[in-house]
Write a protein that binds this ligand. Structure first.
Ligand SMILES: Nc1ncnc2c1ncn2[C@@H]1O[C@H](COP(=O)(O)OP(=O)(O)OP(=O)(O)O)[C@@H](O)[C@H]1O
Length: 237
C-alpha cells in the first residue's frame, strides 16, 4: 500500500489550490504496507500487533474495503464484514442524536435499524440526558462511548474487524464495553482485531500477526509472537 504525502505546507485550501495549479506541490512516497500476506480461517480470532504507524489500521481498512490497495489482493466476502472503529464520521456541530444517524449510516446501518436501536444505543452509552447537545460540547470519553455504542449495536457480523475499540471511556465503561466485545468475539464470528494491549491479544486471540514498519515480522501462536514482540521492544529495537 503506497501513500503519497505532500511535502509542502499550504496555509489553507486556497493556498493549496494555488500551489497545486502552479505545480509547486511535491509528493513523497510512503509504503504503509509492503509484501504483507496472511490467511485468516473461519472462526479464528486474529490479533494484529505492531508499534505506532506500523500499518495495522491500514490493513484493517484494506480488508474491510474502506481503502483500495495500490497493489495486491484481498479475498474476502465484504458483505459479511462489520468494521468497528471509533471516532470516524462524527460531525461535532451536530447534536448527539443527529450523530447517531450520521455515524450509523456511515457504518452501514439503515434508517430503520437506527430507529429500532436508538434507545438501546443511548442507554448503553449512558448519555440519555445529553442527546440534544452538540457533540462539540462532549468530553472525548463521551464521544467514544457514543461511537462504541453505535458501532456495536445489533448482532455481530460473520466477520468482525475491531480497530482499537477496547479502551473506551472510564474504568466502568471499559469493563462494560470489554464484556460486550468479548460476547461479539466469542459468538462465533471470524475476528480480526488491532490492540496495543498485549494482554487483550493474549486473552482473546488464536493467532497473532506482527507488523513492523509496514512489513510482516512474525505470524503464529499468540504467546510466541507477543513474547518476540515484547523482547524486541525491550532491546530497544
Ligand atoms: N490516508 C493516509 N494518507 C497518508 N498516509 C497515511 C494514511 N493513512 C495512514 N498513513 C500512514 O501509513 C502509516 C501506517 O499507518 P496506520 O494508521 O496503518 O498505522 P497503525 O499501525 O495503525 O498506527 P497506530 O498504532 O498509531 O494506530 C503511517 O506512517 C501513517 O502516517
Amino acid at each position: 500500500m503506497e501513500f503519497h504525502l505532500s511535502s509542502s505546507t499550504p496555509s489553507g485550501l486556497k493556498d493549496y489550490l494555488i500551489q497545486m495549479l502552479k505545480r509547486q506541490i511535491t509528493y513523497r512516497k510512503l509504503y504503509a504496507l509492503y509484501h504483507v500476506s496472511f490467511n485468516v480461517y473461519k472462526g479464528e480470532v486474529v490479533g494484529i500487533i505492531g508499534t505506532n504507524g506500523s500499518g495495522k489500521s491500514t490493513i484493517l481498512k484494506i480488508i474491510s474495503g474502506a481503502l483500495k490497495p495500490t497493489k495486491g489482493k484481498v479475498y474476502v466476502d465484504k458483505k459479511k464484514i462489520q468494521l468497528l472503529t471509533l471516532g470516524t464520521g462524527f460531525d461535532v456541530e451536530l447534536t448527539a442524536r443527529e450523530n447517531v444517524y450520521l455515524n450509523g449510516s456511515i457504518i452501514g446501518y439503515s434508517r430503520k435499524f437506527l430507529d429500532e436501536h436508538y434507545d438501546e444505543i443511548v442507554e448503553f452509552a449512558e448519555l440519555q440526558d445529553f442527546m440534544e447537545e452538540k457533540v462539540k460540547n462532549f468530553s472525548s470519553g463521551m464521544v467514544s462511548r457514543l461511537g462504541f455504542s453505535i458501532a456495536t449495536a445489533g448482532d455481530a457480523a460473520e466477520i468482525l474487524i475491531l480497530d482499537e475499540v477496547l479502551s473506551v471511556g472510564d474504568e466502568f465503561f471499559k469493563k462494560k464495553s470489554l464484556k460486550r466485545v468479548k460476547e461479539m468475539i466469542h459468538g462465533g464470528s471470524t475476528v480480526l482485531m488491532v490492540s496495543h494491549s498485549l494482554q487483550t491479544i493474549l486473552d482473546n486471540c488464536s493467532k497473532v500477526v506482527w507488523i513492523e514498519q509496514g512489513e510482516l515480522r512474525m505470524i503464529g501462536e499468540p504467546k510466541t509472537v507477543c513474547e518476540a514482540y515484547r523482547s524486541s521492544k525491550a532491546e530497544g529495537e
